[in-house]
Design a protein around this ligand. Structure first.
Ligand SMILES: [Zn+2]
Length: 311
């Protein structure tokens, strides 16, 4: 076995990669995600694209460990999708159906969990086997790696830390239907929510009153010393640190890796989250190191390939 395919299914495109067993990406490409008709074309399209790549590169099936797949939904240890709303999928065995089409071993997982495995193998968690990965984007995605393996959970909902309850009495609903979820405060959307609340509660001027309120603009303004932006960033850090403290107290990971759009503000994020992290975390986990994700969009195909290289 010298090669593996990694597949990262998104709502509009499917990213595919051909990797060596050491994790070097030899080739990567994309195909559209055809979500119409309940997503029936998605797996046949992936299988055809992989068979075409095998022919193009003159590869022998015996040299291929298999096809790992990350999908945006709940996927359990057996490769069964419980639901993937954005793809139109209900419950079925992704592992068995794709295997029947592509004639190679298949492993499947939730996309955020698979990306975490990629970061653990080749990115910000490199060298560790026990890691928490948190993606701070439009929502908050999570992935838990224990002893080098993804924690999928019984119904594929393992690592959904974005929907951990953090705040009582929140009136706005989270996308999941609950109230007061971690991602309502610690996502890029959450930073905007906090900004709107801080700005509404104050008469002070701020550059944020004269520009579009986005996570990037908030953190840029805070770096420039804007008083209200600093207050928003401080509140953001409070919630982020508190949520991560709860996770760390359960997992006691070797490292916590932060990725996603908000993590682009860099080490400032660590300074913002550390006061509440250290306040709330169990003392035995107080020295948990933090790192930034390194693989960006490639984390998905790396982690997907890793699932079949080290099944
Ligand atoms: Zn939620």
């Amino acid at each position: 076995m010298r090669y593996a395919f990694g597949v990262d299914i998104g709502g509009t495109t499917v990213k595919l990669g051909l990797l060596t067993q050491d994790g070097n990406i030899l080739d990567s490409w994309e195909i559209p995600t055809r979500t119409e008709d309940g997503g029936v074309n998605i797996l046949p399209d992936i299988a055809a694209s992989i068979r075409a790549k095998i022919a193009e590169k003159n590869l022998n099936d015996n040299d291929i460990a298999g096809v790992g797949v990350g999908a945006p939904g709940a996927v359990d240890d057996k490769g069964v999708v419980h639901q993937a709303v954005n793809l139109g999928w209900g419950r079925f065995s992704l592992k068995e159906e794709l295997h029947a089409m592509v004639k190679l071993p298949v492993m499947a997982g939730n996309d955020a969990n698979v990306a975490a495995l990629g970061e653990c193998w080749k990115g910000g968690g490199r060298g560790h086997k026990n890691m928490l990965m948190v993606t701070l984007g439009t929502g908050v995605g999570g992935g838990v790696i224990v002893n080098g393996k993804i924690v999928n959970g019984v119904t594929g909902s393992g690592g959904e830390i974005g929907h951990m309850h953090l705040v009582d009495g929140e009136e706005e609903a989270c996308g999941c239907g609950n109230h007061g979820c971690f991602e309502q405060y610690a996502s890029a959307t959450g930073a905007v929510l906090l900004a709107n609340r801080v700005l509404a509660a104050s008469d002070k001027d701020s550059v944020l009153r004269h520009t579009e309120i986005s996570a990037k603009n908030i953190f840029d303004a805070a770096k420039d010393g804007d008083e209200l932006a600093c207050e928003i960033a401080k509140q953001y850090g409070y919630y982020l640190g508190k949520g991560l403290a709860l996770c760390a107290s359960v997992l006691n990971p070797e490292v916590i890796v932060l990725g996603g759009g908000v993590s682009k503000c860099g080490s400032m994020l660590f300074d913002l989250l550390k006061p509440s992290f250290e306040e709330f975390v169990f003392k035995g986990c107080k020295d948990t190191p933090f790192a930034l994700a390194e693989l960006g969009n490639e984390a998905g195909i790396c982690g997907a390939a890793r699932m079949v290289i080290d099944p």
